[in-house]
Design a protein around this ligand. Structure first.
Ligand SMILES: [Zn+2]
Length: 194
């Protein structure tokens, strides 16, 4: 049984919880500023217990602080996840020498990649326009630049790919998953980008 949400399942669960509880953190009542911006929390800490009564929406901050408390109780599960994350970031970083422009570019690109890979690792997917626009904001570059970085990441040898989401929108997912995400079984047509 997958520990994390399948992409379509998560989207439906998210919508269900928005309808049920409103789109706000159930602990601090923060309203998200990004698309699908809240985490789905398992109240009892068991990620396999997907009963509606066990699910609620939390902001990233509340979820992380809750996860930290749970980690203190059972460190083994989460230690492995951290290592995977570190490996992904290290794999994404390519240090090099060059002109100041090249180095600035590398700095933005490295941060963009790290941010995007983290985001997808945590959420399973991201709508393409969010990857471009939120990414630009997070990294401090403009959306044309982040779109360029994104198309490298979704190129033939990049780690990510584009698929059609359940509403026909383009979403970005990991090519191979990372062991913890199930790929969607519908609409998996791959679209190459240049
Ligand atoms: Zn909160």
């Amino acid at each position: 049984m997958p520990r994390r949400w399948a992409i379509d399942t998560r989207a439906w669960a998210y919508r269900y919880l928005v309808l049920r509880d409103g789109e706000l953190c159930q602990l601090c009542h923060k309203v998200p500023t990004t698309f699908y911006g809240l985490d789905i929390d398992h109240v009892d800490g068991d990620k396999n217990n997907n009963r509606e009564s066990n699910l609620r929406l939390l902001c990233r901050r509340c979820n992380v602080s809750l996860e930290n408390k749970r980690r203190a109780v059972s460190p083994s599960v989460h230690g492995e996840r951290e290592n995977q994350r570190t490996r992904i970031v290290k794999g994404a970083v390519a240090y090099g020498e060059g002109s100041p422009e090249m180095q600035a570019n590398l700095l933005f690109e490295t941060r963009f990649r790290a941010w995007l890979l983290h985001y997808i690792k945590d959420n399973g997917f991201i709508p393409k326009h969010e990857a471009v626009n939120s990414g630009a904001e997070v990294v401090g570059c403009n959306p044309i630049t982040s779109a360029k970085y994104l198309s490298k990441l979704t190129s033939l040898y990049g780690p990510l790919r584009e698929i059609k989401g359940m509403l026909g929108e383009t979403v970005i997912v990991h090519k191979n998953g990372s062991g913890s995400h199930k790929q969607p079984d519908v609409s998996t047509q791959q679209k190459e980008t240049v």
